[in-house]
Design a binder for this molecule. Structure first.
Ligand code: DAH
Length: 349
């Protein structure tokens, strides 16, 4: 029996070594170690052995089985490794091939407009100040000469969070914040750009939009005047909408300025002749502005006998729409790449 086992070992070892692939290797395993395999049937025949021989033969069979299993598994691994190597060879990457062209996004027309405005005012010596979008009623209205119950509050339909807090309806709130921050001690030359909110939503209004606010305060002896306001706004509007744009100052009312002006510019589409965009008037309203009201100065720590200046504010979304010919404000907020792609570098051409 011992010889039979050793010859099984020898044959099996040879067949394992000769196996050409995983399939034939598995055939060898079944032939010798399977349920009906040669080595297994030797074990079955052990009942016929004497009690002394049984453990000797038993341990020999186990030893041979272990050896064969080990051989099979190492052969199996070498087949698998060879297969992997073949696959790796086939899938080799040529890193010198040119890559796929990366898709480049383009800057949102609103952001581009905002950056252009900030660059312009920084170049004129303004600082850019930020304020909170969730404002208090105090800063958004009261400190701008708009006490509770003032009829001019109706000009802005606002989102109130509670009696005290409101989503700011105008960046003018930052005027009061800046004056308080500087405590009536130094001149101010700032713009604030940011999101504002109102309860409106149609083709030319969105419940959330952007404004730029400007505030210039200096000692009275330095005579910051309406002429300075006019000059500043001319530079601003011409930079944004074209060098040939003319401005018109119309007396108006804002609670935080006195006198107040609404500023119209010649229609950039028809050049002032009259068209559907300007409703045949030749003019388009673009800005609110005026000389800072003494009450606003006083309430925010600047003595109106000593200090004075001008302020202005406008919607940036509208300006971007004019600049790029966008017919509906809501396009600015739908994040449709087909829309965004159309403005890729258009202002640079
Ligand atoms: N805050 C005004 C609005 O949202 C715009 C405005 C008008 C701002 C006159 C000013 C100003 O600073 O002086 O309609």
């Amino acid at each position: 029996m011992k010889d039979q086992i050793l010859s099984i070992k020898e044959n099996a070892t040879k067949e394992i070594n000769d196996a050409k692939d995983l399939q034939s290797l598995d055939g060898v395993r079944v032939k010798y170690l399977g349920k009906k395999g040669e080595l297994t049937s030797v074990l079955r025949g052990m009942g016929a052995l004497s009690p002394e021989e049984r453990p000797i033969i038993g341990s020999l069979v186990n030893e041979v089985r272990d050896t064969l299993e080990e051989l099979i598994s190492s052969k199996e691994n070498s087949f698998k490794q060879a297969e992997l190597n073949k696959k790796l060879e086939k899938e080799k990457i040529d890193v010198t091939l040119p890559s796929k062209k990366a898709i480049r996004g383009s800057e949102h027309p609103l952001n581009r407009t905002i950056e252009e405005i900030e660059d312009l005012f920084i170049s004129m010596g303004y600082e850019v100040i930020e304020g909170p979008e969730l404002e208090t009623d105090e800063f958004c209205f009261e400190r701008l000469n708009l006490p509770k119950g003032h009829p001019a509050r109706d000009m802005q339909d606002s989102f109130y969070i509670n009696d005290e807090y409101v989503l700011r309806a105008q960046t003018s709130a930052v005027q009061a914040r800046t004056m308080l921050k500087y405590g009536g001690t130094r001149p101010i030359k700032m713009i604030c750009v940011g999101k504002t909110y109102r309860r409106e939503d149609d083709a030319t209004h969105s419940h959330q939009f952007n404004q730029v606010e400007g505030l210039v305060i200096d000692k009275k002896e330095n005579k910051v005047s309406l002429a300075d306001l006019k000059g500043t706004l001319e530079v601003f509007v011409r930079k944004m909408l074209g060098e040939n744009t003319q401005l018109r100052f119309r007396p108006s009312y804002f609670p935080f300025t006195e006198p107040s002006y609404e500023v119209d510019c010649t229609c950039f589409k028809c050049g002032g002749k009259g068209c559907n965009l300007c409703k045949q008037t030749g003019w388009i309203e673009v800005l609110g502005s005026g000389i800072v009201h003494p009450n606003v100065l006083r309430m925010n720590g600047y003595d109106p006998e000593v200090w004075g200046g001008f302020a202005f504010g406008t919607g940036i979304d509208r300006m971007a729409m004019f600049k790029y010919g966008i017919p509906d404000m809501r396009y600015l907020y739908t994040n449709d790449v087909r829309f965004l792609k159309q403005f890729d570098r258009k202002d640079i051409d």
